[in-house]
Design a binder for this molecule. Structure first.
Ligand code: ADP
Length: 536
């Protein structure tokens, strides 16, 4: 009989993270862009106090442990308070993606059984449109003060957040409960069928947040100032609102202003050292910086994921602006980052091209997460860096089943990601495509990500996307979409010749479609489903 460990058994709870931050980093700042424009600033201690007040408000509204509170909100300090107050009370914080179709929003609010919904004033038109179809919601709370809330019309059971919070006591005893209790809920985007709910436990979030602070990941400590551009309404902003409280980093929340110029100004004025977001955000930021010949005064590192980071963008960040790129992979079902690419010592001073090649891949698993590849028959595939297969993942903060889902999605204890990848002998993983995006031509596969990467190396290309379209002879052929840089001239033949000089002949598309913009989803990713609808 093995000897039991003789350690205390204390649950990992988000209230513990908040209490830690208040006690250790009480004077660390949170800076937040109000929905109506100005910057607001306070400290972790102030945030903890307001979270206790909000916990009292929720109780006074009659909510109990297990109840669900929705949010339709930007990255801002009130949303942050709600993250801790709701989960800390044993309730579930359900972050809703405001860019979902209204029917999908109604579906998820009803499916999750939200009792109260917190929303930013800019989403009032959405709330007005959906409120009547969400009968279980007994309070719609505008994340603002009385004045801005009074300006809204046509919303039932409307409350002003600040008024509720300011009237409540700041004394609240956080309850203790099992660390496996649900803390937060996020629905997948539902590009096929209805969105599916991913229910995060306290344990999963706390472990993931601690991991985010590791030096090879975000390296969060009081020496850092972090600006998460990745939205708090999607995958808990990759757990940064929790991780910054674990590590004690100053937190800068950009609110609704996510354009390149606003982000740059905020980074400079607040001394941001690290940021995190999807590649399209970085494209816009760098376009602004280049156009105005600016430099980054304090930015040292950027974490990027959500879709593949183009090599051309990696090169620009690293070589022109001396901003280190950390390219990771994760999905709603993985709570936060599951793999991350950080240059190994041997490459740190290596040739730039080798660094870019390494960082264009999605890195290695963080401790606590494992990955493997399987073929179409579910058989394991060797880690040779060549053979492609479906990426399977498991770990302490990986989903085991969808909320109210009937069938387990797991296969032999692993979660099938729907991504096609390679893994090399050293554990370095490379996403080649999504299963649904891969282009099958004459029995061979073309990686849309690789083709997009090459197209983006052309100096006149601002954005690129590739989809497969039906072809009577080959099954499918690639179709390339290009958005030109402002005032750049580029015609089909020139970009096709450029591609032909860089990739195998059979990869080169026959056709190019020039667009003014690509359709972006709620999280800033290119929506290939929309391109397919229009052009297949
Ligand atoms: P969706 O994009 O469908 O709304 P998620 O936000 O959960 O849902 O996205 C997860 C998916 O995003 C992954 O399965 C993968 O296809 C893609 N992804 C995430 N990070 C990367 C990356 N660094 N490179 C390529 N694809 C990525």
């Amino acid at each position: 009989m093995p000897q039991a460990g003789l350690m205390m058994e204390l649950p990992l709870l988000l209230s513990g993270v908040l209490q830690h931050a208040e006690a250790q980093f009480g004077q660390v700042e949170v800076v937040s862009r109000e929905t109506h424009g100005p910057l607001f600033r306070y400290t972790y201690a102030d945030c903890a106090q307001r979270a206790r007040q909000l916990a009292n408000v929720l109780q006074a509204l009659g909510l109990q442990a297990g109840d669900v509170v929705g949010s339709i909100a930007w990255n801002n300090h009130r949303h942050l308070e709600a993250y801790y107050a709701v989960s800390g009370s044993g309730m579930v914080m359900h972050t809703c993606n405001p860019r979902l179709h209204p029917d999908q929003l109604i579906y998820i609010i009803n499916h999750a059984e939200d009792r109260v919904v917190l929303f930013d004033a800019s989403f009032a038109p959405i709330v007005k449109a959906i409120a009547a179809k969400c009968p279980r919601v007994m309070a719609w709370v505008c994340l603002s003060d009385a004045t801005h809330t009074a300006a809204l019309e046509g919303i039932p059971h409307l409350h002003a957040y600040d008024t509720l919070v300011e009237q409540a006591s700041d004394q609240f005893e956080w309850p203790t409960f099992d660390e496996r209790t649900a803390a937060a809920l996020c629905y997948t985007s539902g590009t096929t069928g209805n969105p599916k709910g991913v229910m995060y436990s306290h344990r999963a979030i706390v472990l993931s947040a601690i991991t985010c602070c590791m030096p090879g990941l975000l390296n969060l400590s009081p020496h850092e100032t972090i600006l998460p551009v990745v939205p708090m309404f999607h995958i808990n902003a990759w757990c940064i609102p929790y991780a910054s409280f674990v590590g004690g980093a100053k937190l800068v929340l950009p609110g609704p202003k996510l354009d390149g110029a606003s982000l740059y100004e905020l980074m400079e004025s607040e001394g941001v050292t690290i940021s995190a977001g999807v590649p399209t955000i970085w494209q816009a930021l760098l376009a602004h910086v280049e156009q105005h010949q600016l430099r980054f005064r304090t930015m040292r590192r950027t974490a990027v994921g959500g879709s593949a980071m183009p090599k051309a963008l990696i090169a620009k960040f690293m070589d022109t602006y001396q901003v280190e790129v950390r390219h990771g992979w994760g999905m709603t079902e993985t709570t936060a980052v599951a793999t991350i690419g950080t240059l190994p010592p041997a490459l740190s001073h290596g040739p730039a091209a080798a660094q870019h090649d390494y960082l264009a891949k999605q890195g290695k698993t963080v401790h606590g997460v494992s990955i493997k590849l399987v073929d179409e028959n579910g058989q394991d595939i060797p880690r040779d860096g060549q053979t492609q297969g479906e990426l399977m993942v498991r770990g302490h903060w990986i989903l085991s089943g969808y909320y109210k889902g009937e069938k387990s999605p797991l296969v032999n204890g692993w979660f099938p990601t729907g991504d096609i990848a390679t893994i090399d002998a050293d554990g370095l993983m490379n996403i080649r495509d999504r299963v649904k995006d891969v282009i099958k031509t004459g029995g061979e596969w073309i990686s849309s990500i690789d083709l997009e990467n090459v197209a983006l190396e052309h100096p006149a290309v601002a954005m690129a996307a590739v989809i497969g379209v039906e072809d009577p002879k080959w099954g499918e052929r690639p179709l390339l979409f290009i958005v030109r840089k402002p005032s750049a001239s580029l015609e089909s033949q020139e970009i096709l010749d450029f591609l032909a000089s860089k990739v195998a002949k059979w990869w080169v598309p026959e056709r190019v479609v020039f667009l003014d913009a690509l359709p972006l989803g709620g999280t800033g990713k290119i929506q290939k489903s929309e391109l397919r609808k229009l052009h297949s």
